[in-house]
Design a protein around this ligand. Structure first.
Ligand SMILES: Cc1cc2nc3c(=O)[nH]c(=O)nc-3n(C[C@H](O)[C@H](O)[C@H](O)COP(=O)(O)OP(=O)(O)OC[C@H]3O[C@@H](n4cnc5c(N)ncnc54)[C@H](O)[C@@H]3O)c2cc1C
Length: 500
């Protein structure tokens, strides 16, 4: 088989790159190792309830914002119903051992006013924080699409300003610090390692407006698959790329597990960069580059309970997600030594979209609980495969689910009632289901002392893409798909077309 470009992985980065390339007439093949497409955006069903794994909400989908433009250019927007959570929408922050509630609105004006009402002594700190976030993002083309892309991409570096030090310099109010730091939950970096610049890049998207999509992540995946199918791209599941073929010092194709080869001039690899190393012939990458890819520090992981509450609640009516944060100290500690039930936790409903009447009954009681998880929590089971987990691991999972449900029922029982667990995920589940080393929820960390790899590699024709490169999340990974496709098509001209 032959193609111009083989895209390895069908998460949002791979699907975006593939759609842009086919739109420009390239012959594209997408290969996915899992039985279904979509990577972290795939949904699964239990008791007729569809559960999203890696998509609850995103920024950047407002009129003319970067994801809105990108989806329009890719031709997927007409099949998608984007739901703005509105200026009245918010994440509800609560604190262990305290009755206080803070509304984290998806609007600069409203969140600033809420925080000033809650913490009147801290008005100056609040102004400083939000103006700093806006200042940092004022030079970012993804937020200001009139700016050229290339200078930003080539000059992009995680500049070393510590988020913690910045917060120290503006306030000592622990609760306010927890609320300001909370967006770090959306890129999975312990606060000690978080950089103000990355924090601002992620948080600004949500402070500017949050959105979800009817049908969740699966609807996004399906609309890309439909566009790609119509454009003649070839798409294969259960096809794990085992090696990248190299001839005369450049990419010549890929080899799929089982031996089939696809010849091509370009490969875009969207898996975790550390997993690329054993797919490249010896001697192609320099030892220092190999060392760098393999030594990438990973983002934090999570425990997840997918369940059914015995009451229904509609997250679109105001509160989107319920967060329980430790009321003091670091909300995202570096290691797992503290008590598990003090770790931050989130509750959300599967009912984040208006649904047809017949689905309402089933979907409206779906609950997702997410709690911070560490690879160290499950390391003793790392050698086991999904079909072959030891009894002890199953007991550990039950224990974790019971703890999370207990916390949720104590806190939010009046909203969701009693929760029946239908599926439980751990860092091990994420490792095996999402091909995520150490179960990292957001790929390689975008943090203070780590330069994430450039999409260009040392091997001509081989590009990286996905959440471990430029930025994480649905918006960040989509943008990385744009940049990788741009390296083949011409970055600035593609950017021009997309934003036109
Ligand atoms: C629990 C959780 C909640 C999240 N919530 C949100 C949210 O609300 N909002 C948000 O914006 N982001 C959220 N995220 C993050 C977001 O889902 C990801 O950042 C984004 O989807 C990553 O996309 P990607 O294409 O880079 O990678 P992935 O989606 O991981 O896709 C990579 C694909 O490559 C495939 N692959 C890897 N190696 C090979 C190979 N050798 N051969 C073939 N295929 C291969 C994998 O199977 C996978 O399908 C969440 C993540 C998690 C885990």
């Amino acid at each position: 088989m032959k193609a111009d470009v083989v895209v390895v992985g069908s998460g949002i980065a791979g699907l975006t790159a593939a759609a842009l390339l086919t739109r420009k007439g390239k012959k594209v093949v997408v290969v996915e190792k899992q039985p279904s497409f979509g990577g972290s955006l795939r949904q699964f069903k239990r008791k007729k309830i569809s559960f999203d794994v890696g998509f609850h909400y995103t920024g950047c989908l407002g009129d003319g914002e970067v994801l809105d433009r990108l989806w329009h250019y890719c031709g997927v927007d007409s099949a998608l119903s984007v739901i703005p959570l509105g200026v009245e929408g918010y994440d509800r922050f609560e604190f262990t051992g305290k009755p206080d509630v803070v509304r984290g609105y998806f609007s600069y004006e409203k969140i600033i006013s809420e925080l000033k009402d809650q913490y009147p002594q801290e008005r100056r700190a609040i102004d400083t924080y939000f103006s700093e976030v806006q200042r940092i993002c004022s030079t970012v083309p993804f937020y200001h699409t009139q700016l050229p892309l290339l200078p930003f991409i080539r000059g992009y570096k995680a500049r070393p300003t510590s988020l913690i030090r910045f917060l120290d310099s503006i306030t000592h109010n622990e609760q306010l610090r927890a609320v300001l730091a909370a967006p770090a939950f959306l890129y999975g970096v312990p606060l000690q390692q978080a950089s103000l610049e990355v924090h601002a890049l992620v948080a600004h998207g949500y402070y500017s407006g949050a959105y979800t999509v009817a049908g969740g992540g699966q609807a996004i995946v399906d609309s890309f698959l439909s566009v790609l199918g119509t454009a003649g791209a070839q798409l294969f599941t259960e096809s794990s790329v085992d090696s990248i073929l190299v001839e005369k010092g450049q990419v010549a194709g890929v080899e799929i597990e089982g031996g089939e080869q696809i010849r091509c001039q370009h490969v875009i690899y969207t898996g975790h960069p550390a997993t690329l190393v054993d797919k490249i012939p010896a001697g192609v990458f320099r030892p220092a580059y190999i060392h760098r890819l393999q030594g990438l520090k990973n983002s934090l992981s999570m425990f997840a309970v997918f369940g059914k509450g015995d009451r229904s609640f509609d997250t679109l009516k105001g509160v989107l997600n319920y967060y329980l944060l430790p009321d003091r100290g670091d909300i995202l500690p570096e290691n797992n030594t503290g008590p598990r039930n003090m770790r931050p936790m989130m509750l959300t409903s599967t009912r984040t979209a208006p649904l047809p009447q017949e689905l309402l009954q089933e979907e409206q009681n779906g609950i997702i609980l997410l709690r911070l998880g560490y690879w160290q929590d499950v390391m003793e089971f790392e050698k086991s495969a999904p079909a072959d987990r030891p009894e002890k691991y199953e007991r550990f999972k039950d224990e974790i689910a019971a703890e999370m449900i207990q916390t949720a029922e104590q806190r939010w029982g009046d909203i969701c009632g009693n929760i029946e667990p239908l599926a439980v995920g751990t860092p091990l589940t994420f490792r095996d289901e999402l091909a995520a080393p150490e179960g990292c929820a957001y790929g390689a960390m975008h943090c203070l002392d780590q330069f994430n790899p450039d999409v260009r590699t040392r091997l001509p024709g081989l590009l990286l893409s996905g959440q471990s490169t430029l930025m994480t999340g649905v918006a960040g990974s989509s943008i990385s798909g744009l940049v990788s496709a741009g390296e083949i098509l011409g970055i600035e001209s593609l950017w021009e077309d997309v934003r036109r």
